[in-house]
Ligand binder design. Structure first.
Ligand SMILES: NC(=O)c1ccc[n+]([C@@H]2O[C@H](COP(=O)([O-])OP(=O)(O)OC[C@H]3O[C@@H](n4cnc5c(N)ncnc54)[C@H](O)[C@@H]3O)[C@@H](O)[C@H]2O)c1
Length: 304
């Protein structure tokens, strides 16, 4: 018995990396999988791998930020497998540059693939579930770059923070219909991130794998949480942002107010704010200047 026996799941960007791991795990848990992937050859090969292992899968190629492609994914799930139970929005790209050097195209491409590429398939799935009167589960892929910020990633971080907010609101709107929406902030070494790692780190990792040690940054490690969030076992969990890497699952605190200064029921004079704003830092421990929130994380690729 698998956690997803008889279920049907769409995974976007499933041709390689984290999405491939998610597609394989959902199939191993009993789901039929629509392998949605921009690159037809990798998408086909993941679908074949699932079928060769005795599972059910179909490849759907195209750009998930294109409306016709995104809308066709739900139709494919219904025509091939007769139902849709979960959607995993995973497809993504990087175009890293510091802001002063960032081109319009690199801004637009990243915002489009991530935000539109999450919005369109989610809207199609939610419309289907609402019309059919059925529950469903959506898992979105945010990033610590969006939640905490990361140097050189204004485009990517803005998109990923937007995805976390998008997921939270989908969760609110879906609650009455039993539609859950959660986001993950994964960390894994994939084609997206491996080249960013120093050779020394990669050599150490390869040696550890050769010794049979747990490969903390293997993309497949993200998949068990995602399969769980696609299942009815998580029907009571929604609107949350999870960190996931290696053997670690974390929960992120949503943005929340932690300190306040008041002006005795009167409108503030801008000149008075400078004398009172330090109370916010003192009460909260928050620093007034830019902070490297990533450096406070328990797990960092470069810290190992
Ligand atoms: N690897 C990490 O450490 C990390 C960290 C935080 C977030 N993420 C996010 O996880 C997701 C997967 O990343 P990954 O590391 O596996 O990257 P990857 O580059 O290995 O895989 C991404 C896949 O998405 C596909 N894709 C890209 N644009 C697409 C589009 N428009 N339509 C359909 N498919 C498309 C690519 O062809 C590729 O197969 C991304 O959203 C990424 O931003 C990754």
């Amino acid at each position: 018995m698998g956690l997803l026996d008889g279920k049907v799941v769409i995974v976007t960007g499933a041709g390689r990396g984290i999405g491939r791991g998610e597609a394989l795990e959902c199939a191993a848990q009993g789901a039929a999988v629509v392998v949605a992937e921009f690159d037809p050859s990798t998408g086909e090969s993941v679908a074949k791998e699932i079928v060769a292992a005795g599972g059910r899968a179909v490849a759907a190629s195209g750009d998930v930020a294109d409306a016709d492609v995104a809308n066709s994914l739900v139709a494919t799930a219904l025509s091939e497998f007769g139902r849709l139970d979960a959607l995993v929005n995973n497809a993504g790209i990087l175009r890293d540059k510091t802001l002063a050097k960032l081109s319009d195209d690199d801004w637009d491409a990243v915002i489009r693939v991530h935000l539109r590429g999450h919005f369109l398939p989610t809207r199609a799935a939610v419309q289907h579930w609402k019309e059919a009167g059925k529950p469903g589960h959506v898992v979105h892929t945010a990033s610590t770059s969006g939640i905490l910020g990361n140097f050189g990633q204004t485009n990517y971080g803005a998109a990923k923070a937007g995805i976390a907010a998008f997921s939270t609101i989908v969760a609110m709107e879906g609650a009455r219909g039993g539609i859950t929406s959660n986001a993950i902030a994964p960390t894994a070494l994939t084609a997206m991130t491996l080249d960013l790692m120093p050779q020394e780190f990669r050599d150490e990792r390869d040696a550890a794998i050769a010794r049979g040690e747990f490969d903390f940054f293997a993309p497949e490690n993200v998949a068990p949480l995602v399969a769980f969030l696609c299942s009815d076992a998580s029907a009571h969990i929604s609107g949350k942002v999870f960190g996931v890497q290696g053997d670690s699952i974390e929960i992120f605190q949503p943005y929340t107010s932690v300190a306040e200064v008041k002006n005795d029921g009167k409108r503030w004079d801008p000149e008075d704010i400078g004398g009172r704003i330090d109370d916010l830092w003192a009460a909260s421990g928050i620093q007034p200047g830019p902070e490297n929130m990533m450096a406070r994380m328990r797990y960092q690729i470069l810290a190992l």
